[in-house]
Ligand binder design. Structure first.
Ligand SMILES: [Zn+2]
Length: 211
């Protein structure tokens, strides 16, 4: 049975435990995470929201980052199975879907602006009009679409909603799949292995999430 979310792990503002969990999920220290926009029914983070400008000043368009290893692995499987090409082809032939996906692109940018305001990072003109994941005309990263759909809730990103539904063999929103997904007893990663991880992902996923 899914655990009841504890009050400490149900809000948008990340606790230190959330940040440690994110670092364990990603096997690298997380930085500039300002909100947890989607959680497992047990309270663990599924998605991390990063400020639109990092602490080192670099603009960061990929606001919603899928962190839960069960979901990232499942999204990679869907990518490997060709779901992105299929979705991109449908965007070319289905004007209604294309319009809804364009609206998702605008919603992504609006959500990022709100997060930037709440985080106090100010305007980031360098990424005006830029979203992520191939929006608004292509599908280039299912991790981005799933992250957006889970953060925004159903009905905002049509292809993100489809991708979430397609995760069903491995993950559904009503069930906790955290057990064994990462090592909760391991030391919190403090050394940045992101380049190494990115290379591994590039090999396995055909592209990093930040693309
Ligand atoms: Zn869980």
């Amino acid at each position: 049975m899914p655990a009841t979310p504890s009050p400490a792990a149900s809000g948008r503002t990340p606790t230190q435990h959330d940040l440690d969990t994110l670092s364990r999920q990603l096997n690298r220290p997380v930085r500039d995470v300002v909100e947890i926009p989607a959680r497992c029914v047990c309270g663990n983070p599924l998605v991390a929201a990063t400020a639109p400008r990092l602490g080192n000043g670099i603009p960061f368009p990929t606001t919603f980052y899928l962190t839960h290893p069960v979901l990232t692995a499942a999204a990679s499987r869907l990518e490997a199975a060709g779901l992105m090409n299929e979705m991109t082809e449908r965007l070319d032939s289905d004007p209604e879907l294309a319009a809804a996906y364009l609206a998702a692109h605008h919603a992504y940018i609006a959500a990022r602006q709100e997060i930037g305001e709440r985080a106090g990072t100010g305007p980031v003109p360098e990424i005006d009009g830029i979203s992520a994941g191939g929006m608004p005309t292509r599908v280039k990263c299912l991790h981005v679409l799933v992250g957006h759909a889970l953060a925004a809730g159903p009905g905002v990103n049509p292809l993100g909603d489809e991708a979430v539904a397609a995760l069903a063999p491995w993950w559904t929103p009503d069930q906790c799949r955290c057990a064994g997904a990462w090592d909760d007893s391991a030391a919190v990663p403090s050394r940045d292995l992101s380049r190494h991880v990115k290379n591994l992902n590039a090999k396995n996923d055909g592209g990093a999430q930040a693309g």
